[in-house]
Write a protein of this length. Sequence first.
Length: 81
Amino acid sequence: MARVIVDVMLKPEILDPQGQAIARALPRLGFSGVSEVRQGKRFELELDGPADEAALSEVRKMAETLLANTVIEDFAISIAE
């Protein structure tokens, strides 16, 4: 059994209004030193078998089909320790 992480973020050229709202709120809440915030999504998938090349290929298809809108979002896949 393996756990695979899919992190989805807006592409750098896409405006991130949620990230901007968070960045504006941080100083009002007493936090400083943050110049930019980008908001994203994280998916943790528990696989039935090992995280081999075939399984990771299937996870990539899942990300491209359902988890990320690849027109405006990028994704990264990693295996949890």
